[in-house]
Design a protein around this ligand. Structure first.
Ligand code: GAF
Length: 405
């Protein structure tokens, strides 16, 4: 016979189903549809996106789902299902009155997306109910998963579904740029294009090679399991207070360096041209430039190795990336450094922090047989320091954003 559904604890959490159920409990009817978008890890290519460079993310299996129905009064209501099972509702937001600064807190993310879409003539009201399992504050892009899911939901309610054959719907890259605008100009975070593009464009079993300048993408096979390997994510569960100011400072530093060098972006400095370029810069900008230029090259080198099916050989490039972020870009933390060092000592082939830095998560490339050893080694090293236990999990490249129901 059919096994009983079991209690909630035995059932895997499915964001799309949970969002649909939460929608029914808030609104007393079924939603018109459910759309979802994943969080990401970046395999390599950090702080290169706002320098017109290269990134190489993959989507996590963790997703944020948006259940939605249209409203005819140009109001946006947003409710979210918390991990404690409680539903938190924002007050109704008037779409025609949206402007930067009008909404703060978590509701600024869906409101920012509605603001951008309104500018593109997609301004209908909606009831949204959100549910997801992307760890928040972990540098795994939970806010972009939210923004991308909301963008797809609002587009979908306007009859604009992704990949429609008549080509009326903006393509994924264009939606990524819209979401970036919501983040930059409405939420007020000066971030690049990595996270939205990852959430929208990644596919199962691949990393996404994105050239931010041209917007060109390539799906590069990244089937870790076929090579007896795993990517372990270590969420340090720390976020340092200077994360926002530190990000903006680094960004401005690299833009200033590009200006002094007379190039459009640091993307235009080649590895061969690095030494003479550094000589023309003030001391404090040199390490920033060295990081960006060498990191772009490391992305290209990793892509070459992956195309040649040599996943196990990318370890030293991951290590080099971490070192560069720790010593040159100075965005690592003691928690991230310890996770990376201990993982490597316990058998990882390479490890690095991932995402914006100043806390968040690290990744390690680990032989399947060493997964438990590495994860236990990191956990006990944290314990010896008296630090809160990290959250460690294996991440398999999953699908990008889309419609679920
Ligand atoms: C954060 C930002 F949102 C991205 O745009 C990117 O700059 C990343 O930090 C660093 O690579 O995730």
């Amino acid at each position: 016979g059919t096994p009983a559904a079991g209690n909630a604890a035995d059932r895997p959490f499915r964001p799309a189903v949970a969002a649909g159920e939460a929608f029914r409990s808030v609104h007393g009817r079924a939603p018109s549809g459910v759309w979802s978008a994943p969080g990401r890890v970046n395999l390599i290519g950090e702080h290169t996106d706002y320098n017109d460079g290269f990134v190489l993310p993959f989507a996590l299996p963790h997703r944020l789902a948006a259940a939605a129905s249209p409203r005819d009064d140009q109001l946006l209501t947003v409710a979210t299902l918390g991990s404690d099972g409680r539903i938190q509702e924002s007050g109704p937001i008037r779409i025609p009155e949206l402007r930067p600064g009008a909404v703060d807190g978590w509701a600024a993310y869906p409101a920012g997306v509605a603001w951008v879409l309104r500018d593109h003539g997609i301004g209908g009201g909606a009831d949204l109910v959100l549910a997801g399992d992307v760890p928040t504050g972990a540098g795994l892009s939970s806010s972009h998963a939210l923004e991308c899911a909301v963008a797809l939901a609002l587009l979908g309610l306007a009859g604009l579904e992704l990949d429609d054959p008549d080509g009326r719907t903006p393509d994924r890259m264009r939606i990524a740029r819209w979401v970036q605008r919501a983040e930059n100009d409405f939420v007020g975070a000066p971030t690049g294009l990595l996270d939205q593009t990852a959430s929208l464009c990644c596919t199962e079993s691949h990393v996404l090679f994105l050239d931010v300048r041209s917007g060109e993408t390539e799906q590069v096979t990244f089937d870790t399991a076929a090579h007896g390997l795993r990517i372990l994510v270590v969420d340090t569960r720390t976020k340092h207070s200077h994360s926002e100011s530190g990000y903006g400072e680094r960004r401005r530093g690299t833009e200033r360096a590009a200006e002094l060098l007379g190039v459009k972006a640091l993307r235009d400095v080649s590895l061969d041209g690095l030494t003479p370029a550094l000589e023309r810069l003030p001391g404090e900008l040199r390490p920033l430039v060295r990081h960006v230029v060498t990191e772009n090259q490391r992305v290209l080198d990793v892509v070459d190795l992956l195309r040649a099916g040599r996943i196990a050989n990318i370890g030293p490039l991951l290590d080099g990336s971490h070192q560069s972020m720790r010593d040159d870009y100075r965005i690592s933390t003691p928690e991230l450094d310890l996770a990376v060092e201990v993982a490597r000592d316990a058998g990882a082939l390479g490890a690095r922090m991932t995402g914006g830095g100043f806390g968040g998560s690290a990744i390690a490339l680990v032989p399947e047989a060493a997964v438990d050893t590495v994860s236990e080694a990191v956990t006990s090293a944290y314990d010896r320091k008296g630090w809160r236990a990290p959250r460690v999990f294996v991440a398999v490249p999953a699908a990008g954003a889309g419609r679920d129901l």
